[in-house]
Design a protein around this ligand. Structure first.
Ligand SMILES: [Zn+2]
Length: 207
């Protein structure tokens, strides 16, 4: 797929290592999430703007696509089975995950680290900036996360295969709030033991 054209309305924001950002998208808007340095996992969440209880659901998306992760051209759907994000472009090797829960304080405690930053906290803090909150942390879309599934069902925690500048592009299929967390995991290998920044670019859709 060719690189997408971006309008003059393109806007870029950094997501420093280990932190999260929330942004509101109108239907038709596009967002590019860039792995600036390579090898970095991003946790992506999306909520319907008019009702945060409707959110991008990994399990409903797997049902809709009959795949572990959508292909470019397919869509992510909500827990009400409505399309919320289109998967428009992917310049990475195409290895992503939609099975693993967001890291949280308990996950790090289980790994022997107290008070570690987490994607779950990043989600809450990023929404708070917009004056929003949610009661549960949905299963995220873990872009660039490299969790191969073997024939006998076992999972491995491998470093992200994304290269510097690799990116995925989503298009909002409804008005939604998008949250991106640059995963702070440094206890296992998924970020190569060195979490780094992501960047977000947004472009207005056709009005
Ligand atoms: Zn994380």
């Amino acid at each position: 797929m060719t690189a997408m054209e971006w309008t003059n309305a393109t806007w870029r924001e950094g997501v420093p290592a280990g932190t999260g950002r929330a942004l509101t998208l109108r239907q038709g808007d596009r967002v590019r999430v860039i792995d600036v340095e390579g090898g970095q996992v991003g946790d992506v969440f999306a909520f319907a703007t008019d009702d945060l209880a409707e959110y991008l659901s990994a399990s409903h998306t797997r049902t809709a696509t009959s795949r572990l992760f959508p292909r470019v051209g397919e869509s992510f759907v909500t827990n009400q089975r409505r399309p919320i994000l289109g998967f428009v472009e992917d310049t990475s090797p195409g290895i992503h995950d939609m099975l693993i829960a967001a890291c949280d304080v308990e996950r790090y405690r289980g790994l022997g680290v107290e008070g570690h930053p987490s994607c779950a906290d990043n989600l809450c803090k990023a929404l708070e900036v917009l004056g929003l909150s949610v009661s549960e942390v949905p299963q995220p879309v873990n872009i660039f996360m490299n969790i191969p599934v073997t024939d006998d069902g076992a999972l491995s925690w491998l470093p992200a295969a994304s290269r510097p500048g690799d990116a995925v592009v989503f298009q909002a299929l409804m008005d939604c709030v998008l949250v991106v967390s640059a995963c702070p995991m440094d206890v296992n290998a998924i970020n190569g033991h060195r979490p780094t920044q992501l960047a977000i670019e947004t472009a207005s859709g056709p009005s």
